[in-house]
Design a protein around this ligand. Structure first.
Ligand code: BEZ
Ligand code: FE
Length: 294
């Protein structure tokens, strides 16, 4: 056989593997399942053909994913981390947030959300002993038409001044996280600690991937929010601290210009917000949230 005939036979063989696998999912009942699986198989096979994946590379990929699974438990979610550093999380956020200019932008969820965090009242301190400078966070939740949304649920989670979430601190539960409801003016207000930049967990396989790429694991300082209100789309987002040195190179590609806010430094005072006495400098930020209608 000529070289050309060999190459054509090879291409045929490769195409036929893809078609067989696509066909094997075609009897699935759910049309969405069939669509997703067909596209996944075509892209995955296309990728393998594109890079001419070697057997050794396939072995290394399986070993890598096995390590991702091995290190994952209820306190460590390495699969989310992998999705985040590959930009898959932000791409999913992007395709699910139609360009509604009036609504607050969303960003990556991250691996540190914990369900069933405690409820707080207006003015409470969510930090519950997390170390850091006091930070007063307040704002409003409105619909795109400007109507204040009463009783919207504002869920917050944040790390301490060394960048550790409660779930990363041995023996700590529910610190720096919780939820509160907006009041009759659609306002919310709480204390936490001033966020600091921190590295995403990089002592596992995802960290090794970053090292190979000479990428930094750092994220700019931020506070996480998840906001829900009847008749409105759920918002998952952060506020970022203006001036942070890592805003341009977030390890998980989560920064959006509109989410960068001024955290204003304040002097000590005997009468801070909600009557709190502050013997050290503290900070304050206002975050006005707009939810898209469903
Ligand atoms: C976070 O901000 O909590 C986070 C997001 C993505 C990966 C790791 C951490
Ligand atoms: Fe975070």
């Amino acid at each position: 056989m000529s070289r050309l005939a060999d190459a054509l036979a090879q291409a045929d063989r490769e195409r036929s593997v893809t078609e067989q696998v696509v066909e094997s999912f075609a009897a699935g009942e759910d049309p969405r399942f069939r669509l997703v699986m067909e596209s996944l198989v075509r892209h995955l096979h296309g990728f393998i053909r594109d890079v001419r994946l070697t057997q050794a590379e396939w072995d290394a990929s399986i070993a890598f994913l096995t390590r991702v699974g091995d290190i994952t438990d209820e306190r460590r979610q390495e699969f989310i981390l992998l999705s985040d550093v590959l930009g898959a999380s932000m791409m999913t956020v992007g395709v699910n947030s139609p360009a509604r200019t009036e609504a607050t932008e969303s960003t990556v969820f991250g691996p540190f959300f914990v369900a069933d965090a405690p409820a707080f009242e207006h003015g409470d301190d969510l930090s519950q002993g997390l170390s850091g400078r006091p930070c007063h966070v307040h704002g409003s939740v409105t619909s795109a038409t400007g109507t204040p949304l009463l009783g919207a649920r504002v869920e917050v989670w944040a790390a301490d001044d060394e960048g550790f979430y409660d779930v990363q601190i041995e023996g700590t539960e529910f610190a720096g996280r919780g939820h509160l409801a907006t009041d009759s003016n659609g306002e919310f207000s709480f204390w936490t600690v001033q966020p600091a930049p921190y590295p995403i967990p990089h002592d596992g396989p995802v960290g090794d991937l970053l090292t190979l790429a000479r990428r930094s694991p750092m994220r700019p300082a931020h506070i996480h929010f998840m906001v829900t209100a009847d008749g409105h789309e759920k918002l998952i987002t952060h506020v970022f601290v203006a001036g942070d040195p890592w805003l341009e190179s977030d390890a998980v590609f989560g920064v959006k210009e509109s989410l960068i806010l001024d955290f204003v430094e304040r002097e000590p005072t005997s009468h801070g917000p909600h009557g709190r006495a502050l013997e050290e400098p503290w900070s304050e930020v206002r975050f006005d949230i707009v939810l898209a209608e469903e």
